[in-house]
Structure formats: structure tokens, C-alpha cells
Ligand binder design. Structure first.
Ligand SMILES: [Fe+2]
Ligand SMILES: [Fe+2]
Length: 459
């Protein structure tokens, strides 16, 4: 067990490792993929006798390696005409750098599901012709975004660079810069082999993980690192730890050097950055979490809540849809009504939100508030059919802010609505769905400002 900080102090690794679980979902990986990759990567770093500083940079780079993953989800879904999450999950097991029967089978499974074989084949040919350009675009966007997010939350330049070059291959066949051999930062080389070994080992056993590293040694991976992985193959305790329930505590205990404490400002910047990750999943939500946070803060301040509670509500709003990273873009961007199965997937997103956020020390109430944003006062919301007696003011604020923000945004099936129309619609839901005082507070902040205020607002 790692040593917990005194009450009120939160470790940076606690926050980052918990939120990394949401990045795993977008990548179609079982939750814990980044944490397990971190375990493997840190063992490789030990073999290489990296310095404490390098290990610390690597540690956070491994946990945040997929921070840019949501930026290409919508594009991938459109290129294949299918579920981006399933496609991302399966591609981890393909060596897409060379043509193969297995690669063709992957395409046929993941392109235009439910369509005729000729249609699938035609799309597969188009995908094949554009593969290099699409890879450069999608991997480039993902790397760029991940590296930027790392810097935004105060990570080092080396951590950011490591994330940027995560998908480079030893033989120059990777992206975004086709770096070759030792041109690729060492930390990126460690991360690339670690994430592949983890994906194979988790799905098919440690032997498959070690074998994948050997098969791609010299093409994808630095041969020296593939050799170290071969040695790790004999370390039974490593693979047992990797699959144990205590894995996260173990990885928290592995943080190199003195554990970094997360200041209030740093936690706020992490919540802001993850809101951007969530919003980037779909063009329809490109400003959603940030907008909900603004509305929720307005309501909370208007109700005269103390600054600590206002900040809790704001953070909950920024993270409320983090579970949506588990939902495929074919569902998020469906122009028509969702079918029963799609609704089941959609309704699970607040459950994921709560499960992920509650892992962070001291975030239990925040997790409850964030996970309750689709509940209704009359008990007809989801996921738990909570009733008014079970919904504290903090949760009611978030419900109102979420509905308001969603109605003022475009959706695949309708255009955005004006404040006037939105407030009229929300009036009809007072006491059945939403809290009247929270709505009143939001309305007061959205009254047409006086000319003086309007001028200063423009300035
Ligand atoms: Fe939601
Ligand atoms: Fe939302």
C-alpha cells in the first residue's frame, strides 16, 4: 500500500492515475491500461538504470500517454463508418504497417458494419489508398494534443515530448515525424513497447505480450528494449501485480522520488484540461463541459454558496461527462433516435464518471455530484432513479447547468436553441425534473445586461 498524504493533501499521481482510466476507455482498452503500461515501463526504466528525474518524467508520460486520444475519435468513426472504440481496441493487435490477411480481416470487421461485402470492399480500398495520409492526420492530431495537454497541467518538457513521439517506430515507419532509431526519445521508445506489451498481455496472457515485443523488435521497437521485455517475461511477480486488484496502489507507490502533491491550482488546471479532452470527443460537444462549468458556477455564486462549494461544483461540472469517453461516436453523433442497446451504453456514462472520479482521495462527494447529473427530482432520471430527497443542492445545480448548456448547443438531430426558448422549456420542468431556485439563479445571470455592463463585457 502506498502511504496516503495527510488529510486534505492530494497526490498528483492519485489524480492523474484515476483520470487516466477515462483515457483507456476512449482507446477501447480495459480500464487500467495506462496504469498497467506504467508498471511495465517503470520496470524497463529500472533495467536501464534511468535517473530519478527521467523516471519521474516517464512515470507521468505513461499515465498521460493517451491524453490526446479523443481528438481523432470522430474522424476515425467517419473514415471507417463504424464504432471508433471497437476499431481502436482491435487495431492494438494489428501490425498495420504492412499488408496482411489479419489486417484485411480487421478492416472487413470494422468497416461499415451491416453493409454489403462490395460496399465494405470499396471503402476498404479507399481507406487503404488514404492510409498514410489518414495516419499522419489522426496520429499527428493525437500526439500534438496529448503533448499540449501535458504542458497545460504543468508536466515537464520531456514528458510532453515523450507523449508527442509515442507512435514513432524504430524503423522510421511511425508517426508523426517518421523518426528513426535513437532519433526517437528514449522515453517514447519505452512507452511504445510498454503499451503494446500491456495490450497483448492483458488480453492474451504475459507470453503473448513478450512475443509481440519480439515480433516487432527492430521494426516498431528498439531491439534493446525488446530484449529487456524478454527478461521481464520470467518475472512472474510483475505479471501477477499487473492483474491484481491492488495494482493502482502499487503503481502509486512506485512514483519515483518524493511524491508530488497537487496544489489546488494544479487540480483546477487538470480538471480544465480533462474537460477539454472530454469535449474534443465530438464536434457537437466541443465546448460542453466548459460551458456547463460556467453555468454551474453562475448558479452556485448566485445562490450565495461559499467559495469552497462553488469550486467543488465547478470541478464536478468540468468532469461530469468524463464517462462519455466510453461512448462510441456512432452513438454520440447519431442523427436519429438511439435504439435500446445504444441507450443502455449512453446511460452507463454517469456510472463511469462516478467510478473514475471517486478514486481520487477526497473527491467522493464530487464524484457523487458529477455522477448524478442526469437524475431528476421526480425519480425518473438515471442511472439510479434518485429522488429530490436524495439530491443535494450541489447535484441540483449541476443538473440545471447541464440541461441549459446542452439545449444551447447544436445536436445531430436539432440546432441550438436561444436562451429565451431554453428558459421557457426549463420552466415547464421545475419541481418535476429540476430545482426552481437553481433555474432562477441561472436566469438572473442571463438577463440582458444594462448598456454599461454590456460595454464592459465586450471590453
Ligand atoms: Fe451526461
Ligand atoms: Fe453533459
Amino acid at each position: 500500500m502506498y502511504e496516503a498524504y495527510p488529510t486534505g493533501v492530494i497526490r498528483l499521481s492519485d489524480v492523474v492515475s484515476a483520470l487516466s482510466l477515462a483515457l483507456d476507455l476512449t482507446e477501447g482498452q480495459p480500464m487500467g491500461h495506462a496504469v498497467r503500461s506504467c508498471l511495465i515501463g517503470m520496470r524497463i526504466a529500472e533495467h536501464l538504470q534511468l535517473s530519478g528525474e527521467e523516471r519521474s518524467d516517464l512515470y507521468y508520460a505513461l499515465l498521460l500517454k493517451d491524453a490526446g486520444c479523443s481528438t481523432n475519435a470522430s474522424r476515425m468513426s467517419h473514415i471507417l463508418g463504424s464504432d471508433d472504440i471497437q476499431a481502436k481496441r482491435e487495431v492494438k493487435f494489428e501490425d498495420w504497417t504492412k499488408p496482411s490477411v489479419s489486417g484485411l480481416r480487421y478492416l472487413m470487421r470494422n468497416i461499415l458494419p451491416g453493409h454489403s461485402v462490395p460496399k465494405k470492399l470499396l471503402r476498404a480500398v479507399i481507406v487503404g489508398i488514404n492510409q498514410s495520409r489518414n495516419n499522419a492526420e489522426m496520429i499527428g492530431a493525437r500526439c500534438e494534443r496529448g503533448a499540449t495537454i501535458a504542458l497545460k497541467i504543468g508536466m515537464s518538457e520531456l514528458t510532453s515530448q515523450a507523449i508527442h513521439s509515442l507512435d514513432e517506430h524504430w524503423d522510421g515507419g511511425g508517426y508523426p515525424d517518421h523518426l528513426r532509431g535513437e532519433e526517437i526519445p528514449l522515453l517514447s521508445r519505452i512507452m511504445n513497447v510498454s503499451q503494446t506489451v500491456e495490450a497483448f498481455a492483458s488480453a492474451r496472457g504475459p507470453g503473448a505480450g513478450v512475443a509481440a515485443a519480439q515480433e516487432r523488435s527492430g521494426s516498431w521497437f528498439d531491439p534493446e528494449l525488446a530484449r529487456i521485455v524478454e527478461e521481464l517475461g520470467c518475472e512472474e511477480s510483475l505479471w501477477q501485480t499487473m492483474m491484481s486488484p491492488g495494482l493502482r496502489d502499487h503503481v502509486l507507490a512506485m512514483e519515483p522520488g518524493a511524491a508530488i502533491a497537487a496544489s489546488k491550482e494544479r487540480i483546477d488546471s487538470i480538471c480544465n484540461a480533462f474537460a477539454e479532452v472530454i469535449d474534443a470527443k465530438s464536434p457537437y460537444t466541443y465546448h460542453h463541459s466548459i460551458g456547463v462549468a460556467k453555468a454551474a458556477t453562475e448558479i452556485a455564486e448566485g445562490l450565495g454558496l461559499d467559495p469552497v462549494t462553488v469550486n467543488l461544483v465547478r470541478r464536478a461540472a468540468l468532469l461530469h461527462d468524463i464517462g462519455k469517453l466510453s461512448v462510441s461516436n456512432t452513438i454520440l453523433e447519431k442523427p436519429g433516435k438511439l435504439d435500446e442497446n445504444e441507450w443502455r451504453v449512453m446511460k452507463a456514462h454517469p456510472v463511469y464518471t462516478r467510478a473514475i472520479v471517486r478514486l481520487i482521495s477526497g473527491f467522493q462527494h464530487l464524484a457523487f455530484v458529477a455522477g448524478a447529473h442526469h437524475e431528476r427530482l421526480d425519480g425518473r432520471g438515471y442511472p439510479d432513479n434518485l429522488t429530490s430527497a436524495e439530491l443535494p443542492l450541489t447535484a441540483r445545480i449541476l443538473c440545471v447547468a447541464d440541461i441549459y448548456q446542452a439545449l444551447t448547443e447544436d445536436r445531430p438531430y436539432r440546432k441550438s436553441l436561444s436562451d429565451e426558448v431554453v428558459f421557457k422549456m426549463m420552466d415547464e420542468d421545475v419541481d418535476t425534473r429540476i430545482d426552481g431556485d437553481c433555474l432562477q439563479s441561472l436566469k438572473q445571470r442571463h438577463e440582458i445586461p444594462s448598456s454599461a455592463n454590456a460595454l464592459s463585457a465586450k471590453a
